[in-house]
Design a binder for this molecule. Structure first.
Ligand code: URP
Ligand code: ZN
Ligand code: ZN
Length: 487
């Protein structure tokens, strides 16, 4: 067999195995794994390096308008380039519906944004903010049928939030059609009440965002949505978990056999609320929801990654520039309520986690691959095309130099936020060559891929990815009394 590319002598590492061998690539796929493969048209020497599956970042916001009407700093070019430089070869951003919009049209719009620009492969989740009868009975079922099998709902934000009744409607559709509901879980009224009191007392600086988004609001909403999901025996995925109380609720639900999945993000491992308490408006650079918490919460999040409560480490990349087009759209002294929520993190997700987790012996290399690539691919229906290195899978590879030290400077990061929350930190370990479907995308710190060369990946969520849980007591009673047409 002739290979287009052979990656030679790397320590090839998946979520379960590690072996020193060559990888032969043909037609964008892994064609052979073994020692002493025949020469390829092109060769890359990976001796002394780790060869990992390219990362799959299943939570990022790109070219998305926030509900406040502020545009993300990244379009699909800068966002995907930044992802690639950090070792990620597949992204799943959101096609975000705002109220009054057709979900079908929203998805089409996001395809139009991504197709000419993305340099790596992508799929889309949807955000449902307007579950109108037309959306719920026609558009959503049709989109699920076409492979858009995951969608996010919000329990807070004035213009995005669904009430419990609406969330039950969404969960019921997801349950019936084999889709997965992702939930931003924070108690809206707790947040609203606290924000009003803070503003009344004149507490407007960015640091009050952390007071506003109390941990209890996250814990309460997480428990509540787990109960909503249990009622219908619907799978649920809790995004960007930051609070130990929320994590405990997730862990208890999992121990009871419920289909509850969850993720956390680097900002909840490495930043704290004190980062919001910076000079002038600099704290705005760290305003995201939920906000970074405290050291004890960071330790709890690490435990959740180690013990399997979290299946995924995502970035929740939500970049806004630190100027009047982004964070400061409501003026240089805007109150915390008017600061766009979100921080950049696509590029540094894996280097930070590798450096802090693998290098410091908190996270085993296989678990690193699992959390950053394999499990997101499995849960969101991209596996085994993505998320592993195996014959027949896409040749999406990141070749890591685990001894390379990089001092983080915003000017070296490829996203368009114009700052990084991790400025000045040093990481050890960096993905020096990144390959997507056999194409070299990043090498020698240079972008080698063309704009628009990334592809949309159709998804199928196999039943085994989201195993059925067990019916709730309410469902069992309904069945016993002949109301099994309800739940
Ligand atoms: O603050 C955040 N996380 N912004 C992005 C949107 C979201 O809630 O995930
Ligand atoms: Zn969210
Ligand atoms: Zn997000």
């Amino acid at each position: 067999m002739t290979f287009d590319l052979v990656v030679r002598n790397g320590l090839v590492t998946t979520s379960t195995e590690q072996v020193r061998c060559d990888i032969g690539i043909a037609g964008g796929k892994v064609a052979a794994l073994g020692q002493g493969l025949l020469a390829g048209t092109r060769e890359i020497d990976a001796a002394g390096k780790l060869v990992l599956p390219g990362g799959v970042d299943s939570h990022c916001h790109i070219e998305q308008m926030s509900s406040m009407g502020i545009m993300n700093a990244d379009d699909f070019f800068s966002g995907s380039v930044s992802a690639a430089f950090g070792g990620t070869t597949t992204i799943i951003p959101f096609a975000a519906q705002h109220r009054g919009q057709s979900l079908k049209k929203v998805v089409q719009d996001y395809h139009e944004r991504a197709t000419p620009k993305a340099v790596i492969d992508y799929a889309f989740h949807m955000i449902i903010s307007d579950p109108s009868p037309a959306v719920m009975t026609e558009e959503l079922p049709a989109l699920i049928e076409r492979g858009y099998k995951s969608f996010k709902v919000f329990m807070t934000y004035d213009l995005l939030k669904l009430d419990d009744y609406q969330i039950l409607d969404v969960l019921a559709v997801a349950r019936k059609r084999g889709a997965l509901t992702m939930v931003h879980a924070e108690n809206h009224d707790m947040l609203r009440w606290l924000a009003d009191r803070l503003m009344e007392k004149g507490h407007k600086a960015p640091k009050f965002h952390a007071v506003n988004h109390a941990k209890l609001a996250e814990a309460e909403a997480t428990s509540r949505v787990i109960h909503l999901a249990e009622l219908l025996d619907a799978p649920v995925f809790i995004v960007h978990v930051s609070d130990p109380g929320a994590m405990d609720a997730i862990r208890r639900a999992q121990a009871r056999g419920l289909k509850v999945y969850a993720e956390t993000c680097p900002q909840y491992l490495l930043l704290t609320a004190d980062d919001l308490d910076r000079e002038a408006m600099d704290g705005a650079k760290f305003c995201c929801s939920p906000p970074p918490r405290d050291r004890a919460s960071q330790e709890a999040m690490w435990r959740g990654l180690i013990d399997g409560t979290f299946q995924i480490l995502s970035s929740d990349h939500a970049p806004f520039r630190f100027d009047k087009t982004g964070k400061l759209a409501h003026g240089p002294g805007a109150p915390f309520k008017k600061i766009a929520n979100g921080i950049p993190g696509l590029e540094l997700r894996m280097p930070l986690f590798f450096s802090e987790g693998v290098q410091k012996d908190k996270i085993d290399i296989h678990r690193f691959v699992d959390l950053t690539s394999t499990r997101p691919a499995q849960i969101f229906g991209l596996f085994p095309q993505k998320g592993t290195i195996a014959a027949g899978s896409d040749a999406d590879l990141a070749i890591w130099d685990s001894s390379k030290e990089v001092s983080i400077r915003w000017e070296n990061i490829h996203d368009n936020a114009g700052y990084t929350p991790y400025e000045g930190q040093t990481v050890k370990g960096w993905p020096v060559t990144v390959i997507s479907r056999g194409r070299v995308v990043v090498q020698d710190n240079q972008l080698r891929a063309e704009r628009g060369s990334g592809r949309y990946i159709e998804r199928s969520v196999p039943d085994s990815a989201i195993p059925l849980g067990r019916p709730s007591e309410a469902a069992l009673l309904a069945r016993r009394f002949g109301a099994d047409d309800v739940i």
